[in-house]
Structures are given as C-alpha cells and as structure tokens.
Design a protein around this ligand. Sequence first.
Ligand code: TXA
Ligand code: MG
Length: 333
Amino acid sequence: MTRRLDATQSGIATAASILRAGGLVAFGTETVYGLGADASQPQAVARIFEAKNRPRFNPLISHFANAQAAFTQVVPNAMAHRLVQAFWPGPLTLILPRAPGASISDLAADGLASLAVRVPANATALALLEQAGRPIAAPSANRSGRISPVDAAHVLEELDGRIDAVLDSGPCTVGVESTVVDLTDPDTPTLLRPGGITLEELVAICPHISLPQTTSDAAPHSPGRMVSHYAPHLPVRLNALQARPDEALLAFGATRPTLAPLVWNLSSTGNLEEAAARLFTGLRTLDREGQTLGLRRIAVQPIPQHGLGRAIQDRLNRAAAPRPQDGTEDMAP
Ligand code: TXA
Ligand code: MG
C-alpha cells in the first residue's frame, strides 16, 4: 500500500522520516512529481530503479533545500554561482564535478565523476528536503518510459503499491522537467535538456552556452536521455495541421473546426507557460480516453519554437519516437 500524505507539517514530517529510513516517497516539485530516496543510501536508490522498472542504472538528479547544501556534494565554478543566483530555487539542474568526500552513493551518480544537483521551487518540497537533511535523488515518478506525473493521482496511477508514500502538494505549476546544463567543463557550458528555464533566460546569464546538435549527441553525455520517453500507449503524429476522424487531437492556439472526436487544447490563447503546465495531463487524458473510444493515434499541432515551446517539443518528439520493448526506456541513439 502506498500512503497518501497531505502537505501539512505532520505529512511532511512523516515523509521525511520515511526517506531517512531508506524508503521511497514521491513528492511534488514545480516541474513534475519526483520519486525520492536518500541518495546516500545505495539500497534506497536501488529501490527507485526497481519501482520505476528502469532497465539499468542511470544517473539521477540530487535535490537539496538550498545551494549551500548542494555545494557540499559538488564543486561549483563561477558560472554555476551565476546561474544559481539567477534561477535557484527553480527548474534548473546543474551538472558539476562531484566533491571529494561527497556522501552521494555511486549508484545515484551511476559511477560518474559528475553529479546533477537542483534546488526545486516548491515550498512543500523544500520543507521535505530540509527535514530529510540528506541529498534526495529523484527521477520523475512514473514507470520507466511513460508520461511524467504532474499530480498525486498520476503518481498513484503509475506506482501505487510500489512506493511507500506520495506527498500531495497539488498540481505542478511548470509542468515540464528542469533544464539540465552541463558545467563540468567551465569553458563549454552545454544545454543537455531543454526544460522549465528557457534558452532565452539561460543565454541572458550564459551567452556562450552550446547546444548539442542532435539528441544522439547529447545521449553519451547524459545517459538518461533515451530517445523514446514520455510515451503514451497510442502512437503520436507530430506537426499535424488537422486531425483525422480516428485521431485524438492535442491542439495549440485558437480552436478550429476539427474531425477529431477528442481534443485537448494546450492553450487556446497560445500561451506557452499554460501549454507546458497542461502538456502531460493532456497526453495522459487523450491516451486514456482515446483508447476507450477506439482511436488509433494522437495528432499534435505545431508548437512555436521559442520559450517553453522547445521543452514542450522535446517531450513530444520523444513521445513520438520509435519505441523499444514495452516497459523500458532504453533506445540506442
Ligand atoms: O524536473 C526535474 O528535473 C525532475 C524533478 C523530479 O526534479 N527530475 C527529473 O529527473 O527529471 P530524471 O532522472 O528523469 O532526469 C535526470 C536527467 C537525465 O536526463 C539524466 O541523464 C541527467 O539528468 N543527468 C543526471 N546526472 C547526470 C550527469 N552526471 N551527467 C549528465 N547528465 C546527467
Ligand atoms: Mg523522467
């Protein structure tokens, strides 16, 4: 049984004690729900992979209550300080060299010399991290390869019975995962994953940030970046101007007449923040209801490629990518 804990003082205290005892607690952040475990206990981290049914160990992001706590585990450089100043707490993950004597287990870092660190902007998550008093490893709280959860009900759809508790802090406000920036080589900061902090915002602080040319370029540096991910059961057709009668439609912008029997509009006013916040719930809803109606596919209208549009398109590309065997997210790039 998975306990549902309210975001009250006692709920947070219970969640923190489960984490300290080596248990698994899903908790809301501003991006998506994470599946948390104490990153310094290898057995606790191993349970994350087991619960998610991940085919192999991938490096995980460690979460902290503040930058000072994060910097006990990694060695920050000047750019890290500037980005942290600008964007923490918030949807930005930094990859930095692991500090000598860091308490993070090799399993959480997948044996790499670097570590992903982040301070989320969610009051309940920060209180939990503060009380846990340890680095908390947390990938998105979904079965491997599936759609990321943005509320507690989604977490239970994915992981009920496989984790100890979910701390319910309501729906996530950003709705796509954090932006991941690799700062291990201070001369070439590199964007590994577009996310909640936009490229425009990053460039304002870090003008020389480089973008990997293709997904497969990023893959060796960021081993968790599998091609197929965020996959609904129904196949996904991108850049659809119009849907067919046997398709569900994921729309963006002003509604036009459509043949689709099922429509989820990400934002009828064309607002990318609203679209990001509604993306994963939309995919999940169209997938479930589309299957019930016997539809064959999800058609997706074009998304503008600026601001959060890049992160949205990245998730949609992965949802549309050729699938590996069910239950795995591994996909040779
Ligand atoms: O918004 C988020 O980042 C959410 C919430 C829960 O915080 N977490 C999340 O974690 O998305 P996960 O495990 O799904 O994604 C971690 C990403 C992967 O793309 C992984 O490859 C990359 O970070 N990563 C982790 N450690 C790395 C490292 N040492 N070097 C390069 N990439 C790394
Ligand atoms: Mg994920």
